[in-house]
Design a protein. Sequence first.
Length: 440
Amino acid sequence: MNGGELRRELGLRDLVLFNIAAVIGIRWLAAAAHTGSGSLGLWALAAVLFFVPSALAVAGLSARFPEEGGLYAWTKHAFGPWHGFLCGWCYWLSNLFYFPNLLLAGLGMAAYAAGAGDERALVVWGSVAVLWLALLTNLAGLSVGKWTGNLGAIATYSAGLLLIGFGAVAWMRHGPASRLDIVPSWDWDKLNFWPQVAFAFSGLELGATLSGEIRHPERTVPRAAWISAAAIALFYGAGTLAMLVTLPSSRITAFTGLVEVARAAGQSLAAPWLLPLMAGLIGLGVAGQLSAWVAGSARVPFAIGIDRYLPPAFAKVHPRWGTPYVSILAQGVACTLFLAVLQAGENVKGVYQLLVDMTVITYFVPFLYLFAAAWRYGQRWSAASGLGVTLLALGLSLLPPPEAASPALFEWKLLGGSLLLAAAGRLTYRYGARRVARGA
């Protein structure tokens, strides 16, 4: 599968920036700092036990199978078409529910930093606008769409460098504001943060879904994975440390922590422009991250459509722009509907939240396949480490949150809903398999 009429628009620099945009979620810095300095140890553990194995798996599998679809293609080669389909199906569905939450969290943070307050409608419809901006730039081809992701990566990393600068000045003037002890205390809060750490380090596999549009993917994807992995690990560790140095962890909240640190730094440095600058960088970063995930995620149903396990329309390439426009538009329509639901009644919102909960399990299924495929092709120790972390994160994600009114009902909804999504995937696959058999 070579992508047909797709155009090879991405080079090494583009893919490094794409990976940075896809993986780094600046909001994770506040969540990490909120849990205290022990999160520094968790970042280091996750980098060694999960992120490095991810980079090894992506580098090895993309060199062996430099094909459009990435995870889907690797799993198909390693375990057969049904497992490839299930991996791609879970990856795509989990991302469809991830996009609205990414937009709402990121733009909500940017709006708060800009002083807009809790304007829910403004954030929701602003999210719709950013979503379609990302979709339209990607419809016009990666020669255009890549710049949205590139700009977002630069904005996100610039925000991180600002935080590091704040921290350096605060340390030189007053010493660290938080007690620095990088050895995590294994209490419930730290364990509950572990799935978020694993989630924050996911995304290196996304760039490989565009292999049919990357110049020399067998060389470019592995090199980009290692360069961006080093930059991302440094960002998370140094950014979290900078926040802890600037403010005590007790004053850093998981949602508004970045804003509080920027405000404190602006007051300390007599620079009121720092807060609106941070708000703008956060907004640009979210737009870039969304653009990267829209581009990469759309290539999964496109690749499955080429193999005819999804309707043939998904495999269509735009005659002018050379993009899988049906896959991109399908994502846009679905995510717009999900965002509109958030403005609807509470009963409808409850259904949406249930669907989001279902994707907790489906999100980790592709990573089980990623590391299992790496194991199959010789990466035994790193694959075992990645599998162990993925299973641990999956197990912890199954535990009901403290605010759950009925833990047992939460478990039944989560497990039952996930099985329902898997059953829907099986039915879709069987229908597609009959289509493939008729075509043969």
